[in-house]
Design a protein around this ligand. Structure first.
Ligand SMILES: Cc1cc2nc3c(=O)[nH]c(=O)nc-3n(C[C@H](O)[C@H](O)[C@H](O)COP(=O)(O)O)c2cc1C
Length: 311
């Protein structure tokens, strides 16, 4: 019963991973995607997306950070996967879910879900390129426009040697707002032998329990719910273990915003830090009334330095 932190480009960077995994409950997290084109990437690209590679591939609280690659060419994916492994990646994940038009036009992400043989070729090449003790996983959606190939795609990934599959229970066409179709996870789970990690719309302990019941999946991955409720993984873990736990209140969350901003001060522009704080508050507003209040007060302020006293 593993709880994983989802990759979220522009939202879950190394700082957010550090903060959330320090609260606890996560078995592992996945980096934002690293875009692979037709070249071996320089080391600095891996380190920019996952500075945790300098710390043994884990966040400071010891949670492994899986490196996610996105691309459509088996050979270059394999070369870059090996490079990530050589740099200390504890596992490699392959992104077959990105809906971006730009990425899809370059034959990466969700567009690959139209052709299980391509998924197979990419996963196989990556599997052969990295040492057997390093897990290779794949993150899929249910399909591109429909669910017709959902099971075939999962089987292709399994046959290519993946250790587990995470399935975001939406198609590309569903985007991010259509309700996740957990019943499809059950179909995939029934037809595959490797672990299927359920993802999509798990925003509370109750959602976790319902998703588990419908999908039959033991493992879950949390995306937006992890930002909205920073201790969601801990709430779920404590529930699993039958341990009493009082969810974090606003007084516990507020210092995290300050921690995030302060940790960026040395190398990020004040204005950009301000944007990240506002971005997080927009997520937090869904669960904390106080975040709404706080957001209204800092709304017109651009820089973090001027927000500090209000936060
Ligand atoms: C802003 C944003 C960025 C994302 N970036 C990535 C990414 O880099 N790689 C990936 O595999 N999925 C990415 N996703 C998809 C999430 O990992 C997850 O599959 C999706 O949000 C569904 O889970 P949720 O309903 O728990 O949020 C992103 C989602 C969002 C909202």
């Amino acid at each position: 019963m593993r709880v994983m932190l989802a990759p979220m480009e522009g939202v879950v960077d190394h700082r957010m991973r550090g903060i959330l995994t320090a609260i606890g409950g996560y078995h592992s997290c996945v980096s934002e995607f690293i875009r692979v084109t037709d070249q071996p990437l320089p080391k600095k690209v891996f380190h920019r997306i996952a500075p945790e590679l300098n710390d043994g591939g884990s966040t400071l609280s010891g949670t492994p950070v899986v490196i996610q690659l996105l691309g459509g060419h088996p050979e270059t994916m394999a070369i870059n996967a090996r490079k990530a492994a050589d740099l200390g990646a504890p596992a490699i994940d392959i992104n077959f879910g990105c809906p971006s038009r730009l990425v899809n036009r370059k034959a990466g992400g969700a567009v690959l879900l139209k052709d299980p043989t391509r998924l197979y070729a990419i996963v196989k090449a990556v599997r052969l390129a990295v040492a057997a003790h390093i897990p290779v996983t794949a993150k899929l959606r249910l399909g591109y426009e429909n669910t017709d190939l959902a099971v075939d795609n999962a089987l292709a990934v399994q046959e290519a040697g993946a250790d587990s599959i995470t399935v975001h229970a939406r198609t590309r066409l569903d985007g991010y707002s259509a309700p996740a179709r957990w019943e499809w996870l059950a179909r995939i789970n029934e037809n595959t032998a490797i672990p299927v990690v359920a993802n999509g719309d798990i925003n509370s302990v109750e959602d976790y329990l319902r998703c588990r019941q419908i999908s039959g999946c033991d493992d879950i991955m949390i995306g937006r719910g992890a930002i909205t409720k920073p201790d969601l993984a801990k709430q779920i873990r404590c529930h699993q273990q039958g341990v009493d736990y009082e969810p974090m209140g606003w007084d516990d969350i507020r210092p995290l915003l300050l921690q995030m901003g302060t940790s960026m001060e040395d190398d990020v522009k004040d204005r950009h830090i301000g944007m990240r704080i506002k971005q997080w508050l927009v997520y937090l507003k869904r669960d904390y009334m106080e975040a709404q209040h706080c957001f209204s007060r800092i709304r017109r302020i651009t820089g973090f330095s001027a927000m500090k006293t209000i936060l």
